[in-house]
Design a protein around this ligand. Structure first.
Ligand code: AMP
Length: 249
């Protein structure tokens, strides 16, 4: 079975986001960019399935600008077999990404798509669901555990109400949550080997998809600064403040 893993180039989670002065979005110039952390977890799961003899090939796909090849090379160093960049210099949104991924699934004949549950830049949490709808495949979102038995996947999914166990037949779209696994470290020899692994660059037009944006960002702004805390001297004072001063924001 061939597994497709979607990896997005995002602002590194450890840096402080700065906004552009015109309020049009985050300032990416000179900012450190990385693989979306949930996508590393999705890729780790795919590698484990290949190690278990269930998957035969892992293809990582990114839809984005040319520098996204850097994160694709990292994904290859981590263990993916092949990479595809769908080159788009303009910002992309979940529906466009889902359409591009659906076209690549059809081209590659993939039996499973593993994605992150969300990209930490826009926090959309939509691409996996849209992709499953476009393909007409079952989906299991926010996976914390994945077991395969033939062409059936048993997936423990995290939800606001607790854990939900789903059984889905393959092919399926599965999105990874934080607890699914811990991604492996990338060794220097594997970084060197990744330079010789295949990385194909294609245009959205070659896939027959239109990535034009349908959403318009009107304005972005910093969240309000948190007010400093207050030390209370007793439990009674705390209860009094909770009763009389605390507000639901
Ligand atoms: P989102 O719906 O934007 O929160 O993204 C959910 C998941 O879809 C991500 O964790 C990625 O696995 C995948 N994804 C989103 N955008 C891209 C992209 N530009 N290229 C490749 N995969 C993406």
């Amino acid at each position: 079975m061939k597994i497709l893993v979607g990896v997005k180039r995002v602002l590194d989670f450890s840096i402080k986001v700065r906004l552009k002065s015109d309020g049009s979005g985050a300032d990416l110039a000179c900012a450190r960019m990385s693989i979306n952390p949930f996508d590393e977890i999705a890729l780790e799961e795919a590698i484990k399935l290949r190690e278990a003899g269930v998957a035969s090939e892992i293809v990582v796909v990114s839809i984005g600008p040319q520098p996204a090849t850097e994160i694709l090379r990292r994904a290859l160093a981590m263990g993916a077999d092949r990479a595809v960049l769908v080159r788009s210099d303009a910002a992309v949104e979940p529906l466009g990404v889902a359409k591009a991924l659906a076209a690549i699934v059809a081209r590659e004949g993939a039996g499973m798509v593993l994605l992150g549950k969300q990209a930490i830049d826009d926090d959309s949490n939509q691409t996996g669901q849209m992709l499953a709808a476009l393909l007409g495949w079952p989906q299991a979102a926010s996976a914390a555990e994945l077991r395969l038995d033939g062409d059936v996947a048993t997936v423990v999914c995290e939800s606001d109400d607790g854990l939900e166990t789903l059984r889905v037949s393959l092919p399926a779209v599965i999105t990874a949550d934080l607890r699914l696994n811990t991604p492996r470290h990338i060794s220097l020899p594997n970084i060197m080997k990744a330079k010789n692994k295949p990385l194909e660059e294609i245009t959205p037009a070659a896939l027959g998809v239109d990535l034009r944006q349908r959403l318009k960002v009107l304005r972005t702004e910093e969240p309000a600064k948190r007010r400093s805390g207050v030390m209370v001297s007793s439990v009674d004072e705390l209860i009094d403040k909770l009763r009389t001063e605390a507000k639901v924001l």
